[in-house]
Each structure stands twice: as C-alpha cells, then as structure tokens.
Ligand binder design. Sequence first.
Ligand SMILES: Nc1ncnc2c1ncn2[C@@H]1O[C@H](COP(=O)(O)OP(=O)(O)O)[C@@H](O)[C@H]1O
Ligand SMILES: [Mg+2]
Length: 389
Amino acid sequence: MLFGGRSGEHEVSLLSAASVLQAIDKDKYEVVPIGITKDGRWLTAEHAENLLQGKLVIEPRHLRAGDPEITQPAAVLARGEAVVVPPEPVHRQSGFVPFQTDASHLRRASDRAINVDVIFPVLHGTFGEDGTIQGLLELADIPYVGAGVLGSAAGMDKDIMKSLFIAAEIPIVKHVTVLRSAWENEPKKLRQLVERKLKYPVFVKPANLGSSVGISKAHNSKELGPAIEEAARFDRKIVIEQGVGGKKHKAREIECSVLGNDEPAASVPGEIVPVKEFYDYNAKYLDEGSELVIPAKLTKAETKRVQELAIRAFKAVDCSGLARVDFLMDPVMRKICVNEINTMPGFTAISMYPKLWAASGLDYPDLIDKLIHLGVERHEDKKKNQYSR
Ligand SMILES: Nc1ncnc2c1ncn2[C@@H]1O[C@H](COP(=O)(O)OP(=O)(O)O)[C@@H](O)[C@H]1O
Ligand SMILES: [Mg+2]
C-alpha cells in the first residue's frame, strides 16, 4: 500500500490509507505499508500496525493525519526506512528494494528486497492519480489497483477529460480553456473570448489539480482577472466554466461510484450539500457542516440517468478499477451534467466512494478485496498482449 505523496492531498491520503490498513482482511493479505513523504522519499516500516498502540482516530475535518501519533501512515513516514521500486521487471519477484546512496549497500540490496503481489496506490492528486506512479508500476510490471497511465492522466486533466466527454456525447457545462501564456500576452482578447462564450458567474480552475485548490467563482468581469491569476499559479492550462445554478441558485452536487474493469457497475448516487457557496477546500476538509445525502434525492429516471452517465464517463477516459463520477445539476431545470471523474477518490471508510458502495450492498472490507482482485485481473489481461512479433 502506497500513501502520502507529494500532492496537496498528502494528508487526505494518510487518512484513506489508515482506513484501508484498519479494514483490510489480515488473514488474507499481508500489508506492506510504503509512505511517500511530501518531498517524495519512499519509506517503509515492518509491522506498521505495531507502530501505533491503541485505536486509530479518524478526524478528517481537522486533517491531523500528518501527526505520527494519530495515524499509522504518519508513523511510517516518521520512522520508516528508505526503499525504491526499480523501473524494470524482476522475474517472479517484484517489489521494493532498500535505497541507499552508498553503493556498497546497493549491491546487497537484493537480499533485503520486499516482494509484493499487488500495489494499492492510495494516493490522491498530482504524482498519484495522474498516471506518473502508474507509469513506474507498468515499467516494474507490478499489478496495481485502479486506472492505468492513460485513464489516470486523462481523468486528472480537466481539459482533456472534457474533450473525451464531448467525443462520447456526455453532457457537460459550457467551457473555455486558456493557456497561462496566452493570458499573460493578451488578457483583453481572452476576456472577450470568455465573455462571448459564457455568462457570469463562471468557475475558474487549474486544469490539473484537485481538492478545489486554485478554483474560484468569478461573479463578474472584475473578478475574472484575479480568478485566472489564482488558477495560473497552479497550472499552465486554465479551464473556465459556466456556473451551474446561475446568479440565484447553487448547483446540486451528485456523485456516483463506479467499480469494475471492462464491465463496470455504478452505485446508488449520493449528494453533497456544501456549507459554503461552493465545495471549496475548506468546505471539503476543514469546516463542519457539509452533508452527504445517501441516496441522493432524485427521481427513478434521474437516478438511472446518473448511473448510465457515470459508466459512460468511466469508459470515455479508459478507466479501470474504480472512479467517482461527479455531477452538477441545475436545481430548477434539473438538467444533469458530468462535472469530473476522480480516479482515486477519497477512500476513508466515511468517504463518499465507499459509502455509496456500502449503500449499494458492498461493505468497505469487501470493496477493498474487490479492488485488489480487479487490479490483478487487469494485469493478467495485459499479459495477453505481445509487445513485438
Ligand atoms: N461549473 C460549475 N458550476 C457550479 N459549481 C461548480 C462548477 N464547477 C465547480 N463547481 C464547484 O466547485 C467545486 C470544485 O470543482 P471541481 O471541478 O469538482 O474541482 P476539484 O477537482 O478540485 O474537485 C465543486 O465541487 C462545486 O462545488
Ligand atoms: Mg470535485
């Protein structure tokens, strides 16, 4: 199990990992915890369970996950030993080797290698959910949970994701993508372009991020510039979208969990009711009061529509294993659009993804089990491919 990582969702990942570590069937699986520090070092510790005495406290609202006294994952990060995954297939064995900069240690590294059967990258956001870690695991030829390189990368990039949704005739809100360099060179022209295509309020987002970081709502022309500059701090591509709900209303936020490989299934939909004007970083992780409603209050036909669109979105970005598909619904017209797909959604026992499966009859430990099997299945399927004549 990989967790932590260099992204802004490091702490969220520690919580997800702590939950998995606690719930996974320990008679069936022997878990090797590998923590990735904020600056990208990989660390492991034998018997992560023993690093902490007593019961795990999950306090997602306060993000104290990084405290080594609070979660086992944080304890691994604080006390672990360095390891790496070599980017080459190791026949019949695969996994981690100790990492030392001193060459004499490296020579004996193979004796202390940790062989694993499958890797569960419980990593959110940049370098975890965007295809980069998946690329390493492909090179190392180790089965892993979740989407592959392409699905992860396409699901992470809101601009590319939208192109794929449009090609699959999946309804999305109107949008314009602008490059940071274009904004720097010709701000006037870009403002005109945005205002010709969209009406205020608009949402301005960095194309590749998550957890609402860098996202703002521009209510008028005056707020557009600062919103674009904020997003431009995080990415060279900026996505600007028509705000659902318009000036008077808030969008309804419906989410649906998808599970499977070539024949994915959709869960019952749920709804998020944020405390704030929109579901920003504070509403997600810090402020109390945002509500999860499961199942979402939708008509039978709307529920079916959400589930059907969730599966189509999953296939459109070539996903596998799991994904949470998020929707925006106009509260008055009840028009449903896909907002985004998350290929490694929040995964604590109390996160939306697992809760929607629990409400659909698959509880958390069985969900973990199923995901691991899907990862292995995908790897087996890939083995059928020849790479040369
Ligand atoms: N077009 C939109 N109309 C209304 N609300 C939006 C729109 N886009 C985003 N939001 C609000 O902003 C939040 C974060 O946007 P989202 O695209 O989901 O980014 P992230 O990948 O960071 O979760 C959403 O959960 C929703 O509250
Ligand atoms: Mg979102």
